[in-house]
Design a protein. Structure first.
Length: 423
């Protein structure tokens, strides 16, 4: 049976939004549509102009869908009009109520356009088939694109429909539970994602996301600060741009441990590496690079955590200097000077070499401290240390033993000529 332009459908829906949406859908597909906003108004409209099909919501003010359907079927002029009830399939009692009011079909909310049009078409075709070919021993139906003749008795048909509906309700409830679980899982994932984003954003270490080729795909604020660049400048750059290698960058990159990690999986840590900032300034770093897997076997790239250790390196250097040198004069301290003497004496004896050791102090130094103050005395010690240091070779050693006492270890070297002028 073709669907003609004059096929009239009555929509009974108290929700104005849903009524307008359904009306638009049906009119778009060539139907003539009338709307009513409750059961009582729908019944009045049906009596004024008999529709080919009535599509009604169930829960409505004044008169619900079940009562409307009962009134339609009780009216001799309207009882042959098919009534489709809109339901969520949330309660098995709905099918009993629908049977009690002689409803012709259900459409589940939310409905799909294709299914809705197919259901209307089946109902109209079945109605036409039964009108033209009545039978006392069975009933003709049109289903899944084919005509069928059903000879089962009424009880069998009702039992089958009820069991089918119960299965559909059970399946629908299961799907709703799964949907709620999925929604909760998505919410948990979203919360976890936001938490991880905050951790990455506020992390003190620089964090770079790398693809399998070493291209930077992500940079947190700490990485931007350390590399003196913005994320938009970093993303898309190759990591070798910021790693210092000798000679050719490309060949060095293929020999680097980071390249090996991204290619072969694994992890690499370097506690004494050199990176370049975006302005090519070199600085010491400590970094760890590890593979990130996209699946069981496939590598999706890697992540690099790094930090600028310039301050730590400077502190280590300062500590080494304090451990080996006098903090006031910069000369070797007593311990380092003693180690130098032991080593040089052994070497001189072993190779039959000559060396000289000079002990020096400043006459009347205490008087300078007492009359001029310790600040002036410190300046004098620093001046003497500088002059003595200029008089010796690189391989010689000048050490401060304490107070105004100094010692000089010489290998075939004399200092007498350098002290002709007063300090």
């Amino acid at each position: 049976m073709p669907l003609t332009q004059d096929t009239h459908i009555l929509i009974v829906e108290d929700s104005l939004t849903q009524a307008v949406q359904l009306q638009f859908l049906l009119e778009k597909n060539g139907f003539k549509v009338t709307c009513a906003h409750n059961g009582r108004q729908g019944l009045e409209n049906a009596r004024k102009e008999k529709p080919a099909v009535i599509i009604s919501d169930i829960v409505m003010p004044e008169m619900d869908g079940y009562e409307l359907c009962s009134n339609i079927k009780a009216d001799d002029t309207l009882k042959d009009v098919p009534v489709i009830l809109l339901t969520s399939l949330s309660n098995p009692e709905e099918v009993i109520n629908a049977l009690a009011c002689s409803a012709d079909s259900f459409i589940t909310k939310p409905y799909e356009e294709k299914f809705l049009l197919s259901r209307i078409r089946h109902i109209l075709i079945n109605q036409e088939m039964r009108r033209n070919a009545p039978s006392e021993n069975g009933i003709c139906i049109f289903f899944a694109g084919k005509s069928h003749f059903i000879t089962s008795d009424l009880t069998h048909i009702v039992d089958l429909l009820v069991s089918t509906y119960e299965n559909a309700v059970e399946r629908n409830e299961e799907l709703m539970r799964m949907q709620l679980q999925l929604k909760k899982a998505n919410e948990n994932l979203q919360a976890l994602y936001q938490q991880n984003e905050l951790l990455l954003y506020h992390a003190g270490e620089g964090i770079l996301g790398l693809d399998a080729k070493g291209i930077i795909s992500y940079a947190n604020p700490a990485a931007e600060k350390i590399l003196a660049s913005m994320e938009k400048e970093l993303v898309g750059c190759h990591i070798k741009r910021f790693m210092c290698h000798e000679d050719n960058l490309a060949s060095s990159w293929e020999k680097s441990p980071v390249y090996s990690v991204l290619r072969n999986s694994g992890q690499h840590r370097d506690e004494d590496a050199i990176f370049r900032r975006f302005n090519n300034e070199k600085f010491p770093v400590e970094y760890t690079c590890a593979t990130v897997h996209g699946g069981i076997f496939a590598s999706a790239g890697g992540v690099m955590l790094f930090q600028d250790i310039s301050k730590r390196k400077a502190m280590e250097k300062k500590l080494r200097e304090l451990a080996h040198h006098d903090p006031l004069t910069g000369l070797a301290n007593r311990r380092v000077y003693q180690e130098f003497l032991d080593m040089e004496l052994d070497r001189s004896i072993r190779h039959n070499l000559q060396m000289a050791i000079l002990f020096m102090d400043l006459d009347n130094f205490k008087l300078i401290n007492d009359t001029k103050g310790h600040d002036v005395g410190d300046l004098l010690l620093q001046s003497v240390a500088d002059r003595v240091r200029k008089c010796v070779r690189k391989e010689d050693r000048v050490g401060r033993l304490g107070g105004d006492e100094c010692a000089v270890g010489l290998v075939d070297q004399r200092l007498l000529g350098h002290f002709s002028s007063p300090c």
